[in-house]
Design a protein around this ligand. Sequence first.
Ligand SMILES: NC(=O)C[C@H](N)C(=O)O
Length: 347
Amino acid sequence: KPTIAILATGGTIAGAGTSEIKSSYSAGAVTVDKLLAAVPAINDIATVKGEQISSIGSQEMNNKVWLKLAKRVNELLAQSDIDGVVITHGTDTMEETAYFLDLTVKSKKPVVLVGAMRSGTSMSADGPMNLLNAVNVATNKDTTGKGVVVVMNDEIHSAREVTKVNTSSVNAFASPNAGKIGTVYYGDVKYLMQPTRKHTVNSEFDISKLEDLPRVDILFAHPEDTDTLVKAAVAAGAKGIIHAGMGNGNPFPTTEVALAEAVKKGIVVARSSRVPTGSTTLEGEVDDAKLGFIAVDSLNAQKARVLLMLGLTKTNDKKALQKNVLRVLRSYSISLGGGVENFTCML
Ligand SMILES: NC(=O)C[C@H](N)C(=O)O
């Protein structure tokens, strides 16, 4: 039997409430041992070793837990007696943690994130089946080399593409630009597609010595937007700003001026979109070359933030920051293949 490390971080999958027919509960209330004890069928397919990393709702996710988790996953996967890792996680920020690990884990072994939309004390709780499915995905040889994956509601999604698309339904995850990469039905794993973007062993980010990550803020565009939040981000010491613009990443004119000012101060401004599908491309209606902005391809704003935070760890030289980060991010897209070579953008 393969050996799978189960790292628990909290979330609704570890949540408990007082009524099985009410929506209120506390996230992260149940320990990893109790989570595993609720699904004894797991022991038929794997030897599992549980570890508690944190006990938080994933809306509390932060740099400290991300770094602790990534370092521990790297440590475990370097051991010859560990075949894969399953991470139980809240669903609110699961996509960001999955992408962070996709860019920082240095192993081809399976890394699977799993959560639940109904707490363990709820009627028809989805956590136990999701967990059983996640362990099956982690023990499946076809998961090797696919990068970090998310298992929810009988579906397997790649970390770069997956996003939360529903606030309350058990069918809360989708990969709007690419589709799910596989299915897992009562533990039966079937892959449909292979992720092609850079991930895990091919990613060049090294977090092994990091204690924190650079600050990157997300600003959400709208008609009558002002320069206030851009100025607040600059004053708060943001090293990067992700602008979730209208349409193809368009800022309101006042905001565009403020963002261009921020670039002059050495802050990296990346244009994303508030639109849930499609890519934000360079040189649409915005003169990126003149204003010094970069564009994030098909990453949503929250994932672009993760990538820019990691991109900014590549240099400490404030003056060279913009130039170097642009170079780092450009080198990513150039080596991607798959028709995106000409973008000057992030992967
Ligand atoms: N379904 C969930 O897990 C939601 C919860 N707020 C969390 O992200 O931890």
